[in-house]
Design a protein around this ligand. Structure first.
Ligand code: NAD
Length: 398
């Protein structure tokens, strides 16, 4: 993953004509913190990494996964710097992780591990230093335990220390589906610009991001998949029924429609493909067989660098992850703001501000993209990096 980040920095540096100092700024990490968290006889490696903080405190989720590594957390923190910068938020980029399979822990052990994570890194965290959030296999309950531990250590209330909390502890109602809602708003803006109509849609991944996206899009969804495989009906799927069947029987494949593999789903003859599962799903191996005209990256990094070039030549438009899934962190921003100012924003106010922020960000990227000879990902990176480097320059660091 770190190789992808490095080659992306190289590519953008050439396009933006960055000098050595500017490239160094993008390649370095402000703070790399590591700890071993002991629960009974086991020791779990944990990380919290801040990539860049020139625009504000670090911001990014904490991932609990057996395959998390320092390199992965570094790459994800870099992407968070870009995502936060692109959305115009007052945040730098950060990410955290623990190498653990949370499914093997009891609730008590999970709570102990989460509290120990905060004890290990609390000196470097806080609403004005570094603000964590949920990511893969972490959730509002874990955020609540972490908040409680942080406030206990510091002997004061500071709900803005962490986002993705339950509403009762200062969270916002929008956060649950803010990622897919943001992706939906952005897709609608693109549809208006490019006159996209009557589209047949396939969605890879039927979890939090994929399911809510399916609900927002609601019509013309002809295929969905999960880790067991996919289903296809050219006449359209009933998303509520698919969801009920997945909840009852464990997989979308129990729905009565033609069973297809995940590989087949990606290569269907459709108009729009939503990637909402894992990284590296479209690579140079299958990129030439993709038939969709538009791809929405709700997942982080689902298309490899090589594949990007192939898709661009085929005139397939990709809405890149740092734009398409930025609704998650934009939602977090309103939660942080509400906590910092001690207010409780009305839901309708948050919805309105959220909608405005997503549209503004899309239009910035779309204009840059249309005025360049590159893809939308490159346009988004250029805008994000420009803002970070401007802040660095103003601070006298370059
Ligand atoms: P999730 O765990 O809720 O759902 C993931 C879904 O992908 C599940 O349905 C799973 O069965 C499916 N899946 C796993 N392996 C698969 C495979 N090989 N093929 C097809 N489907 C497969 O996770 P999520 O929160 O929906 O996140 C999905 C992606 O979106 C991740 O890349 C995540 O980083 C990204 N993302 C999510 C959010 C958010 O707020 N949920 C925000 C930003 C980015």
């Amino acid at each position: 993953m770190l190789t992808i980040t490095k080659s992306m920095i190289e590519k953008i540096s050439k396009i933006m004509d960055l000098d050595k100092k500017e490239k160094e700024i993008l390649s370095k990490y402000f703070k790399i913190q590591k700890a071993n968290l002991k629960i009974k006889k086991h020791s779990y490696k944990a990380f919290r990494i801040i990539h860049n903080n020139s625009l504000g405190p670090g911001k990014g989720g904490i991932r609990y996964h057996p395959n998390v590594s320092e390199d992965e957390v570094k790459s994800l923190s870099f992407w968070m710097s870009l995502k936060n910068s692109l959305a115009g938020l007052p945040f730098g980029g950060a990410k955290g992780g623990i190498i653990v399979d949370p499914k093997k822990l009891s609730q008590d052990e999970l709570q102990e591990l989460s509290r120990k994570y905060v004890r290990a890194f609390h000196k470097h965290m806080g609403q004005d230093k570094d603000v964590p959030a949920p990511d893969v296999y972490t959730n509002p309950q874990i955020m609540s335990w972490m908040l409680d531990e942080f406030e206990k250590i510091n002997d004061k209330k500071e709900p803005g220390f962490i986002t993705g909390k339950p509403v009762e502890l200062g969270g916002i109602r929008l956060r649950n589906d803010s990622t897919s809602k943001g992706g939906f708003i952005i897709f609608n803006e693109l549809a208006k610009k490019e006159n996209i109509k009557n589209s047949r849609i396939a969605i890879q991944g039927f979890g939090n991001a994929g399911y809510f996206m399916a609900k927002h899009l609601s019509k013309n969804i002809v295929a969905v998949s999960d880790s067991s495989g996919g289903i296809y009906d050219p006449k359209g799927l009933n998303i509520d029924k698919v969801k009920n069947i997945k909840d009852e029987k464990g997989s979308v494949q129990n729905y009565s429609a033609k069973k297809i593999s995940n590989k087949e789903l990606l290569e269907l003859d459709i108009d729009i493909l939503v990637l909402a599962a894992l990284e590296n799903q479209i690579t140079k191996e299958n990129a030439s067989r993709i038939k969709a005209g538009y791809i929405i990256e709700l997942a982080n990094g689902p298309i490899s660098n090589d594949a990007d070039g192939i898709l661009f030549k085929k005139k397939i438009t990709v809405i890149p992850d740092i734009l398409a899934n930025s609704g998650g962190v934009v939602g977090s921003y309103f939660e942080w703001l509400q906590n910092k100012t001690g207010t409780g924003f009305e839901d309708s106010y948050i919805e309105r501000m959220f909608d405005q922020k997503m549209k503004e960000t899309f239009n910035k990227v779309y204009n840059e993209y249309k005025n360049s000879k590159h893809d939308m990902r490159t346009a988004a990176y250029v805008i994000a990096i420009r803002r970070i480097l401007d802040a660095e320059r103003l601070r006298g660091r370059i």
